[in-house]
Design a protein around this ligand. Structure first.
Ligand SMILES: Nc1ncnc2c1ncn2[C@@H]1O[C@H](COP(=O)(O)OP(=O)(O)O)[C@@H](O)[C@H]1O
Ligand SMILES: [Mg+2]
Length: 435
């Protein structure tokens, strides 16, 4: 028995159809992008749009093809569902001068159990350039994030997240938090028109600096939440996948930022990693404005690092590279230490717990969280309903010793909003990618 691949079947059908519809017109069979079949592209590319090769796009018509069952996925960017990725056969119609021509396109799933789509196109030989520009446009409009209520991730294994950190969950000095929040708000509200007046790309750059565990990632997630509430697009660059921190991710992110069509909050965590590699010159170009995204609605970069030294040399000594640096310090005073401990003791909080507060000064939020969790588990283990002050002291001892022994509580480089809410980490919960 001879196996026929899906693309061979599609091509055979398309060639026969072509001969019937366009006899004696020389053509090329091409691999095509699945974006051309995506209903988002069909909706977003307006009839009459001009293409390379002096042609205009007219419309798209679905064709009957016995080899393909026409089927679409829907996406819910806001309230009402819309059709997105699709398989099927289409005729894309273009006009050049007074002449019309078509491209036949067929897309289907590679196998039944495989979400990948294969697509082919039959293109008139003399109009390849037009088709290529149309295909590129489809790719662009499909990749453009919709103004959705979650974070668009570049890199990493999930493509979208919903941040679950509330602004009030972050325990830091109110002035510091307010300063950061106002910086974002006043940039989008008042800053963007000023940049535009000066003919500058509205791109503002903020950096959060501080030792591991002080809440920088948490703050990013909380800022993301605020931004989403204001219906801004949030783009998050993660280094947590197999290609690690590579410039191509930043590059992809900047493309998304530039084409978003909405105000964007761009979060790049652990930016120092990118600055250590060969690509650093390009990152610096981005910060300097040579390669910065030009999104007319405004783009705010929120970057974080645990290693101010790296930033020191390359960035802070050069004006214009970063607009503001916010230092996120360990716990500096009793008031904050107590607030932090209360937060993580939750309903188990007792008045006399405040006695361990002096021991928490100069520690981080992550440390206090571990102390509280440890003490609460200790109580549960001993079948106690109340966490005593002794248990808390014990747990401070245990964790301090552990830290002193060099068994670092915080992994050196935890990249990404944590998804582990269960054990007390606050961060982002993955949601299904629907785009
Ligand atoms: N300022 C803070 N307020 C509340 N919780 C904090 C704070 N800092 C740290 N934590 C706790 O420690 C965890 C780790 O902090 P994280 O934001 O990842 O620190 P960083 O990114 O600065 O290394 C958080 O998920 C949170 O549970
Ligand atoms: Mg972090």
């Amino acid at each position: 028995m001879k196996w026929t691949m899906r693309y061979e079947t599609l091509t055979r059908w398309a060639k026969e159809e072509w001969e019937k519809r366009n006899p004696d017109t020389p053509y090329q069979v091409l691999w095509a992008s699945d974006s051309c079949g995506n209903q988002l592209a069909h909706r977003r590319i307006r009839p009459g749009r001009s293409m390379k090769g002096n042609a205009r796009y007219i419309t798209q018509v679905a064709l009957e093809c016995p080899e393909i069952v026409q089927i679409s996925e829907y996406v819910i960017p806001r309230t009402k569902p819309m059709l997105g990725e699709s398989v099927g056969a289409y005729s894309f119609r273009f006009q050049k001068g007074s002449q019309e021509f078509e491209v036949l396109y067929a897309a289907t799933y590679y196998r039944d159990d495989d979400p990948n789509i294969i697509a082919i196109a039959i293109v008139p030989e003399v109009h390849l350039e037009t088709w290529v520009s149309f295909e590129q446009l489809c790719n662009e409009v499909v990749r453009r994030p919709s103004r959705r209520q979650d974070v668009y991730i570049i890199g990493g294994t999930n493509t979208h997240f919903k941040p679950n950190v509330d602004w009030d969950d972050v325990v830091l000095h109110e002035e510091l938090k307010e300063d950061l929040r106002l910086d974002m708000e006043s940039f989008f509200k008042n800053g963007v028109p000023i940049y535009k007046e000066l003919n500058l790309a509205p791109f503002r750059k903020l950096l959060l600096v501080g030792p591991p565990g002080t809440g920088k990632t948490m703050l990013c997630a909380a800022m993301a939440n605020l931004a989403l509430k204001k219906r801004r697009v949030v783009v998050y660059v993660s280094g947590a996948d197999e290609d690690g921190a590579s410039f191509h991710k930043i590059h992809h992110a900047l493309n998304v930022v530039a084409n978003a069509g909405y105000p964007v909050l761009l979060i790049v965590e652990e930016i120092d990693v990118y600055l250590r590699k060969e690509d650093k010159a390009r990152i610096l170009n981005v910060l300097d404005g040579l390669e910065s995204p030009n999104n007319p609605k405004g783009a705010l970069l929120l970057a974080t690092t645990n290693y101010p030294e790296v930033i020191d040399e390359r960035i802070s000594k050069r004006p214009g590279r970063l607009d503001r640096i916010f230092v996120i310090p360990p716990i500096e005073d009793r008031e904050l230490a107590e607030a932090m401990l209360q937060r993580y003791m939750g309903p188990q909080w007792q008045k006399d717990h405040a006695e361990v507060v002096p021991r928490l000064i100069d520690q981080t939020g992550a440390f206090v969280r571990e102390v509280a969790l440890h003490a609460r588990m200790l109580a549960a283990h001993n079948q106690k309903t109340i966490v005593t002050r002794e248990m808390l002291d014990q747990s401070v001892d245990a964790l301090s010793n552990q830290l002193a022994a060099g068994d670092d509580l915080m992994p050196r480089r935890k990249v990404g909003f944590s998804t582990k809410r269960k054990n007390g980490y606050a961060g982002l919960v993955p949601v299904e990618d629907t785009n």
